[in-house]
Design a protein around this ligand. Sequence first.
Ligand code: FPP
Length: 207
Amino acid sequence: MNGNKIKQELKIPRHIAIIMDGNGRWAKKRLMPRSYGHKQGMERMIGLLDHAYDLGVKYVTVYALSTENLKRPQAELDGLYDLIRTRFTAAMKKVCARGVRLKIIGDISLLPKDVQTIVKDAEADTESFSGKGLNVALCYGARQEIVRAAKEAVAAGEEITEESLSARLYTAGQPDPDLIIRTGKEKRLSNFLLYQSAYAELYFSDK
Ligand code: FPP
């Protein structure tokens, strides 16, 4: 089936969110280091993003690093940071070239300074784009996001309502995800987009 036919026959979600799990196990099965799994996972993700925007998906959110992941051994975190150092800028340039606005969601002050600069610069490069979005969740946790939104609303003297809270989430102004996909066999949300996923369909892949 060609791309146009698929678009006609499928109801395309506006927003897909992806929990990219299983990189480490994938690599282990191939007797390779976990860092190889992360590298391959990232390349796979870039291909998937191209495909999703081709099909007409407007927003994609990728769970790249959770607050929980920050407790991993420093060597593994350093591998992930190196992957961002060496690959992130070019990868985001490629994905966002079609007018996708990049947004980093999460507390990036927890990242090494040079990595913060890399991701902030990539975000700034897409500032003028609108209509299509890519959220990369780094040092992200949904509970922290909700608490932060509530604190901001209170500090601004706002009444806490569904709308006032939504407007202060990282995803403010974007449609809620219609579909959340998790790879790697486990069937849970792991503190990902808890507020926004109220009506999302969940798809758990064994791959
Ligand atoms: C989960 O697999 C994956 C991660 C913790 C890191 C994923 C991040 C990247 C590949 C880098 C950034 C990517 C983008 C798109 C900016 P796991 O290690 O938990 O696998 P396991 O469950 O098999 O141990």
